[in-house]
Design a protein around this ligand. Structure first.
Ligand SMILES: Cc1cc2nc3c(=O)[nH]c(=O)nc-3n(C[C@H](O)[C@H](O)[C@H](O)COP(=O)(O)OP(=O)(O)OC[C@H]3O[C@@H](n4cnc5c(N)ncnc54)[C@H](O)[C@@H]3O)c2cc1C
Length: 499
């Protein structure tokens, strides 16, 4: 390897391309087991969609801006395992006890205090929801609704992957208001508009986040910026293991010379020479690297990568306001029926840096998100819509002055279109020495977003470690099947994949 690297004892040189959570997870497991690891990240900072970077505010302070609020759900066992590398007691996670959903005219649903077992959690949501009446229940298509309790990786995708999430939700015949409050926000949280999302993927999400999740739909947040609480310590941990972390370094092309893989860098003449590769890239970058790389050409793999796509853009707007909001406002709320506004986070209520800023200025730090934005609105139109939503739920924000703001619109989250499951790429590729990771990959068990990124990163590392006969990382999951999945699948199991 022509980069100064590790003192690994495994005789396995690996380039991990992409320094988001998936790449970081893979690099961690590989370096811990003695592989020589070089982690290549195109941007100046690690983290990908979880990245945080310094930015100077008009009020004089340098703070960290991020790609947006992230919820660390309690059942994210693999994310927690990664975080434990640098925070063994998980002290940096702050519990948020409720995850309310707010709608127009004071409409509200809450997911706190629910029983932790299915079907009692589902029954309690229906019982206490003001949006369900007994006569409404009689109209619900019970057969369709049961699909939420009978998740099975093969059967659910075979039956529902070609349908859209919208068609599935419509078919339930829930009262309109209940559908909006209970399901629309949920469906939107995966960045895919329900008209363009696979119903099977949505059912997997129900299972993963709710009916198959004994921890309940509540989550924690990091106590400070992602870089302070997680990414900087993890980079230091990797450095301590001898891994080389190269930010600001993009991979441009991969070739195979004899038994070795050559990773050609965008701005350097000499390639990195390695035994194995982890590709932990977002959809556009994976497609670009694949198209430029003779070593990654294979008809079946070409088809799978070619089918990947990004979903609609998302927008993140962080506002540093000159006044506090009313006491008792929640740190995070999902919203529905308020235009394209999907959620509101009050950073000064949980993030140390924002709390200090708010205390200094007598203000507040508010972040507004819109996911799966359809209709290509102009930035001004979208901002007006988000602000109107904020004012509808928190009227005291109306007269607030904006001391500074950051506005991001990006389009790099994976699409989960109807019919996309069968050809979605997996961690394994046609080559045993090349593994894929990221929240875009097809996993054999329920998982999503950050947890999917980390679980796939661990699995990618395990695949490469197996080349040298070395055991990998255990990868726990929620129960893989729904409570009422057909009897032949009984009982639901918690998989642990150690390699
Ligand atoms: C606004 C927002 C809110 C979210 N909220 C949540 C949440 O609450 N809970 C949750 O679980 N998930 C959430 N997510 C999703 C979560 O961020 C992602 O699932 C996860 O971070 C994906 O990680 P990844 O490693 O797969 O991909 P990425 O984070 O995209 O990492 C890929 C990396 O590859 C790098 N790269 C690209 N090209 C090259 C190249 N040629 N060479 C080298 N490096 C390259 C990129 O710069 C990037 O760092 C949210 C996402 C967004 C955008």
């Amino acid at each position: 390897m022509n980069a100064a690297t590790t003192g690994g004892d495994l005789d396995l040189r690996v380039a991990v391309i992409g320094g988001g959570l998936a790449g970081l997870a893979a690099a961690t497991v590989l370096a811990e087991r003695g592989a020589e690891v070089v982690l290549l990240e195109r941007e100046p900072v690690l983290g990908g969609r979880l990245a945080a970077w310094p930015t100077k505010l008009a009020t004089g302070e340098t703070v960290r801006m991020e790609r947006g609020f992230h919820a660390f759900f309690r059942h994210y066992a693999n994310v927690r395992a990664l975080l434990r590398r640098v925070d063994p007691e998980l002290r940096r996670l702050v519990p948020l006890e409720d995850y309310p959903l707010l709608g127009p005219d004071g409409a509200r649903e809450s997911f706190s205090g629910l029983p932790t077992t299915t079907p009692w959690n589902v029954a309690e949501i229906v019982r206490r929801s003001p949006h369900f009446r007994l006569k409404d229940l009689a109209r619900v298509d019970v057969g369709q609704a049961l699909a939420m309790l009978t998740f099975d990786r093969e059967a659910t995708y075979a039956r529902f992957d070609r349908a859209t999430a919208k068609d599935y939700l419509d078919s339930l015949r829930f009262p309109e208001e209940a559908r909006r409050m209970l399901f629309d926000v949920f469906a939107h949280s995966f960045f895919n508009p329900e008209e363009e999302m696979s119903a099977a993927e949505l059912l997997m999400m129900f299972h993963f986040y709710f009916t198959g999740n004994p921890e309940g739909l509540v989550f924690d947040v990091l106590d400070d910026s992602f870089s302070t609480s997680f990414l900087d310590p993890l980079a230091a941990y990797l450095g301590g293991l001898g891994a080389e972390v190269r930010t600001g370094t993009a991979a441009a092309r991969v070739t195979r010379e004899g038994g070795e893989l050559h990773v050609h860098l965008a701005r350097e003449g000499r390639p990195l020479v390695v035994d194995a590769l982890v590709l932990a890239l977002p959809v556009p970058a994976l497609k670009a690297l694949h198209a430029a790389s003779p070593a990654l050409a294979d008809p079946a793999f070409d088809l799978r990568v070619g089918r990947l796509d990004v979903t609609r853009p998302f927008a993140v707007w962080r506002l540093w306001l000159d006044r506090p909001l009313d006491p008792g406002r929640e740190p995070f709320v999902g919203t529905t029926g308020l235009g394209r506004l999907d959620n509101v986070s009050l950073y000064h209520l949980f993030e140390a840096e924002s709390r200090a800023w708010a205390a200094r200025h007598g203000g507040s730090v508010v972040e507004l998100h819109a996911y799966g934005v359809v209709g290509e609105p102009s930035d001004d139109a979208l901002r007006a819509e988000l602000l109107a939503g904020l004012h509808a739920i928190y009227p005291e924000a109306r007269g607030a002055g904006v001391l500074d703001e950051r506005w991001l619109v990006r389009r790099d989250c994976p699409a989960f279109a109807p019919g996309s499951d069968a050809l979605r790429p997996t961690v394994a590729t046609p080559w045993p020495d090349v593994a894929l990771a990221g929240d875009l990959v097809r996993l054999p068990f329920p998982s999503a977003l950050m947890e999917r990124a980390v679980a796939s990163g661990f699995l990618a590392a395990n695949q490469l470690l197996a080349l040298r006969g070395r055991a990998g990382e255990a990868v726990p999951t929620v129960p893989t099947r729904g409570l009422l999945a057909p009897a032949r699948y009984w009982p639901p199991t918690r998989w642990v994949r150690s390699a």
